[in-house]
Design a protein around this ligand. Structure first.
Ligand SMILES: N[C@@H](CCC(=O)N[C@@H](CS)C(=O)NCC(=O)O)C(=O)O
Length: 224
């Protein structure tokens, strides 16, 4: 298996958690933002990472989108499962995953890059890093008004994810679902923001546990 990724992307972290949970060996290719389009467009028709290349006979050449990657891995490597045995719970996990992907992953991106450009500039004040951050902010229209809305969405997310405060897995039971891995990946950039570290300690405890369970190194801001 071969994973095309941006090293800092939280959606690529989600793909690595999936591969790690399934105990699959894989190589990684870090693409250069901007130039990535030249490689990805002819391969998948899309411009986003993660992209998985299974490199196996009868498998597709490339699978774009973290949810499609999950679907492929769950079907080709059912053990250990990430699908819950109760269909209603599985539907709930799928809904949570879709909401995390479409809404909360974006909100995290807005809040994170706003922090890195302002109060968190000291994390990497180099011209190169600040130039990349400026490009990302322009690409996604990360304005102060949009950041405020993103902060409100994250505040709501902490309420929706409240079951995680008292139990190791969002939907209960004794093993994680796709929703747990998705939340752990897509909220992980907040580990660098002191405000969230102080106000939501339970979240970073769960993120750490899921990373251990998937044998994935912890994200910046969290350490073993
Ligand atoms: N829904 C997609 C989102 C992936 C995504 O937004 N990837 C970003 C990096 S975090 C990307 O590739 N951006 C580059 C682009 O859009 O050209 C998934 O789950 O894979």
């Amino acid at each position: 298996m071969h994973l095309l990724q941006f090293s800092t992307s939280h959606y690529c972290r989600k793909a690595r958690l999936l591969l790690g949970y399934k105990r699959l060996a894989y190589s990684v290719e870090n693409l250069t933002p901007g130039l990535h389009i030249l490689k990805l467009k002819p391969l998948t028709g899309l411009t986003t990472v993660p992209v998985l290349q299974p490199q196996q006979a009868s498998a597709p050449e490339a699978i774009a989108d973290s949810t499609a990657i999950w679907r492929y891995l769950e079907q080709s490597q059912p053990d250990p499962p990430l699908t819950l045995s109760d269909p209603e719970q599985q539907q709930q996990a799928a809904l949570l995953e879709d909401w995390l992907d479409e809404s909360i992953g974006t909100a995290t991106r807005f809040v994170y890059y706003d922090y890195r450009a302002n109060a968190g500039k000291g994390i990497d004040p180099s011209l190169m890093s600040q130039a990349v951050i400026a490009i990302v902010r322009r690409q996604y229209s990360i304005t102060p008004a949009a950041v405020k809305l993103a902060e409100q969405r994250l505040a709501m997310a902490f309420q929706v994810l409240a079951p995680w405060r008292r139990q190791p897995f969002l939907l209960g039971g004794d093993r994680p679902s796709l929703a747990d891995l998705t939340a752990a990946a897509l909220l992980s950039p907040l580990a660098l923001l002191p405000h969230y570290r102080q106000s939501q300690p339970w979240l970073f405890a769960r993120i750490t546990e899921i990373h251990h369970c998937c044998q994935e190194p912890l994200p910046p801001g969290l350490s073993d």
